[in-house]
Design a protein around this ligand. Structure first.
Ligand code: NAI
Length: 349
């Protein structure tokens, strides 16, 4: 099913509003979700709406949060999301970080007590659109083994970065610190296909190729990805006085409770370090240099980070966004949700 970005955003906004969020917050959530679908990151777009709707309807996302912004120093602040919609809180906190970095050169803004905030490229691109460098990290539910471990401790703890080039183009890097997202394992299950042996482990911590035996995911690049997950957890959890490590709340556990997650935005104003035009020119040069690298066999060209997503965004804006039929049918249905997620075991067969 292919629909326009505007239509998809409206359908998502209406459903989230029907679940209980205010129109303003529903619109804010839908904006982040449609950004993900428009870039081809469908794991963080419309397919999440039913889960959010169930959590909102159960009270686990605060429909009327009391957002508080506490400026703790010239370049530091904490935004308390009161367990409202994470997408909205993270966006507003980034708006504040942008103002601070414009005034003081750098801003570090913690976003605490939020629900899931979606695809982090949205927030770092807010900064890049204002000629700033954006960096954002956040906690996620524990479903990853630390290197050498046989049980989960960290989440898929993502890291995102964006910097402005020329002509409104950005270099944007945005990744989970796991080899693969959980969604890819579900996909292999649905097709009854084997998975590569470096994606996940079974209940004994042994690598598995059977998607039905998966009990935990694996960090990228062994101890190095594990180290990055630790760093994300310190910056977006411990630093903000939040639950950390395997005490981070799980996505589907008790949908009536707030998730108390954390996120950290770091914004750097290039003008405080170098000439802005020179900086943007050199980012554009980096993008061009990478595109001109001789491709290895099996590749027809080298893309810079974020290029493929930007190309999809352009294509989908002309041709519409491809949405799974089931997701579309749910969005146009009268149902707010189907009671599918509360206390669901994500690893259940
Ligand atoms: P991915 O594996 O699709 O892409 C990771 C990065 O690699 C991207 O920056 C992409 O531009 C780049 N890339 C991919 N293929 C490339 C190629 N051929 N050439 C050059 N660059 C290439 O992303 P992943 O790890 O699946 O994450 C998806 C989304 O999930 C992200 O938006 C992330 O923020 C989000 N996420 C959110 C979480 C949360 O709790 N809020 C938790 C985990 C992930």
């Amino acid at each position: 099913m292919r629909i326009s970005k505007e239509e998809l955003k409206t359908l998502m906004k209406n459903k989230i509003q029907k679940a209980g969020l205010t129109e303003e917050h529903a619109n804010g959530v839908a904006d982040v979700l449609v950004h993900a679908d428009a870039r081809g990151v469908h794991s963080h777009g419309a397919m999440r709406v039913e889960y959010y709707a169930e959590r909102i309807a159960n009270g686990g996302i605060n429909a009327h949060p009391n957002f508080q912004f506490d400026k703790t120093g010239p370049s530091s602040a904490v935004f308390d999301g009161d367990n409202g919609a994470g997408h909205v809180a993270a966006k507003l906190a980034m708006d504040e970080a942008i103002k601070m970095a414009k005034e003081n050169g750098v801003a570090v803004v913690g976003v605490k007590r939020i629900s899931h905030s979606g695809s982090l490229s949205y927030f770092v691109q807010q900064a890049a659109k204002e000629n700033l460098i954006g960096l954002s990290v956040c906690q996620s539910d524990p479903m990853v083994v630390p290197f050498g471990g046989a049980e989960s401790y960290y989440g898929t703890n993502p890291i995102a970065f964006s910097a402005p080039g020329e002509n409104n183009e950005f270099i944007t890097f945005d990744m989970a610190t796991t080899v693969q997202a959980w969604g890819k394992i579900l996909h292999a299950r649905s097709k009854e296909e084997e998975i590569p042996d470096d994606w996940a482990v079974d209940e004994n911590g042994e690598p598995t190729t059977n998607p039905f035996d998966v009990k935990s995911l694996t960090p990228i690049a062994g101890p190095k990805g594990y180290g990055l997950m630790m760093m994300v957890d310190v910056l977006s959890g411990i630093l903000l006085g939040l639950p950390f490590g395997n005490k981070v709340s799980s996505m589907y556990h008790d949908l009536s409770e707030g998730r108390n997650l954390g996120q950290l935005h770091i914004v750097i104003n290039p003008e405080y370090f170098t000439n802005l035009n020179e900086f943007k020119k050199n980012i554009a040069k980096t993008m061009a240099d990478l595109n001109n690298i001789k491709p290895a066999s099996g590749f027809d060209h080298v893309s810079y980070p974020g290029q493929r997503s930007a190309e999809r965004e352009k294509k989908y804006s002309e041709q519409g966004i491809e949405i799974v039929d089931d997701v579309y049918n749910y969005l146009i249905s009268d149902k707010v949700h189907n009671n599918a997620y509360n206390n669901k075991d994500p690893f259940a067969k």
